[in-house]
Structures are given as C-alpha cells and as structure tokens.
Design a protein around this ligand. Structure first.
Ligand SMILES: C[S@@+](CC[C@H](N)C(=O)[O-])C[C@H]1O[C@@H](n2cnc3c(N)ncnc32)[C@H](O)[C@@H]1O
Length: 216
C-alpha cells in the first residue's frame, strides 16, 4: 500500500460534494437571498459545513464562537450540531451582513441558539473568559488571524477545537504570482499554525482548506 496522497483535483471536490449529506432547502434559500441582497458568496463550502457539524458533535460542543458571520450560513449550520443548551455567538463587522444574518437566523430552526455580535473580532474576543469555549471558527479578515489565534489559545478549553478557514488562500496558496493581496497573510498564518505546539493540527482539504486544531 502506498504512503503517498492522492492529488486532489476539482473533480474530486465535486465527487466529495456529491457523496456528502445534501444541503437543506432553507440554507439554499438563504444563499439565494444573500446573493440577491448583494452579499458576496464567500460562505464555506457545503461539505465543509457538514465536516464542521461532525467535528462539533464529536466534541460535544456547547459554547462556540465564530469570527465572520457574513449571511449566517455557517452559524446556522454549526448551531444545528450543538449539544442541548448550546449556543453559537458569531461576530460580524459589517452592519449590512449582521442585519441580514439576524433576519435569517430569526427564521431558522436554531433561532434561539445563535447571537450575532456586531463589531470587530478583536473587540469581542477580548471579552471572552479564559478556557470558556468548546470551539472557535475563524473565518474573517486574514490580517487579523494571528491575533484571533492568540485569543483562541487563551479562550478555548483543553480538548476544544480551533477551526480556521482558507488555508488554501482562495486557491492561490501555491501560485507564483498570486493576485489576492491577502495571500501573504494566509501563508504567514499557515506557518504560524504549523509551528503551534499548543495545538494538535492538520489542514483538511475541503472547500478552501480547513485548519482543524485541538488544544493540547
Ligand atoms: C468569509 S466571510 C464569513 C463566512 C461565514 N463564516 C460563512 O461561512 O457563512 C467573512 C466575514 O467576516 C467579516 N469581517 C471582516 N473583518 C472582520 C473583523 N475584523 N471582525 C469581524 N468580522 C469581520 C466580513 O464582513 C465577512 O462578512
């Protein structure tokens, strides 16, 4: 048996999507409404959302914090995977995105389990008590990631999850001349994660690459 990995192509991603629990109609409607409202379609991939649910269920997560709400897609997804009495608090800088997310969260089946915190990730994270979170999902401004990681290592309990999106830098991670100005920040952050001894960590190649870390 070979120890090398299969080179994952776009066709593999599509195969993975086709063999993952399907999306539900409510979340499809949310995405359509977000597009119609001029919100960019930068939510996580459907199969990535399913993986987040499996990870949160396995960790029996109750207290989850997200940085980067956008339209509320990942927040609703994660809230559906929490243990009884759990909640997702999700931080969003844009007033427009926060208002849209609040409206759709209110219509969802997990309305009582999600709170949208308007403002910057740094501002809200500073108020989170030490070791009070079961999981954090970081999916916002890439320049802020080193600070969010520092805060995550303080705020997430031992055995809790540190989940971070966009390890593949919008598909440009390995490009010689990337066009997206955030690519260097993602590369630096990936090096920081790779060197972070406080976490057991791996990049899972779903969506745009998901860092999965467990606090030692
Ligand atoms: C990639 S989107 C989040 C997608 C969402 N997690 C999902 O998958 O459904 C990133 C969001 O982070 C927000 N954002 C950018 N900078 C931020 C900051 N400093 N603090 C909090 N949110 C920020 C953006 O306005 C945007 O809505």
């Amino acid at each position: 048996m070979s120890s090398s990995s299969t080179a994952v192509t776009q066709a593999h991603f599509e195969y993975v999507r086709g063999h993952t629990d399907p999306e539900d109609p409510f979340l499809e409607q949310l995405k359509q409404a977000a597009l119609a409202a001029g919100i960019p379609p930068i939510w996580i991939a459907h199969e990535q959302a399913r993986l987040l649910q499996i990870l949160l269920r396995s960790a029996r997560a109750r207290e989850v914090l997200e940085v980067g709400t956008l339209a509320g897609y990942s927040a609703i997804t994660m809230a559906r995977a929490l243990s009884a009495g759990g909640r997702v608090r999700t931080i969003e800088l844009s007033a427009k995105h926060a208002a849209f997310a609040r409206e759709w969260i209110a219509r969802s089946d997990v309305a009582g389990a999600i709170e949208v915190l308007e403002g910057s990730g740094a501002e809200h994270l500073a108020r989170v008590p030490d070791r009070s979170l079961d999981a954090i999902f970081i999916d916002a401004d890439k320049r802020g990631y080193p600070h969010y990681l520092e805060q995550a290592l303080r705020a997430v309990r031992r055995g809790g999850l540190v989940l971070v999106d966009n390890a593949f830098a919008f598909g440009q991670l390995l490009d010689a001349q990337p066009t997206d100005p955030d690519v260097p920040f993602v590369r630096d952050f990936n090096e920081r994660m790779a060197a972070c001894e406080q976490l057991e960590r791996v990049i899972v190649p779903v969506g745009d690459g998901l860092w999965v870390g467990v606090v030692r």
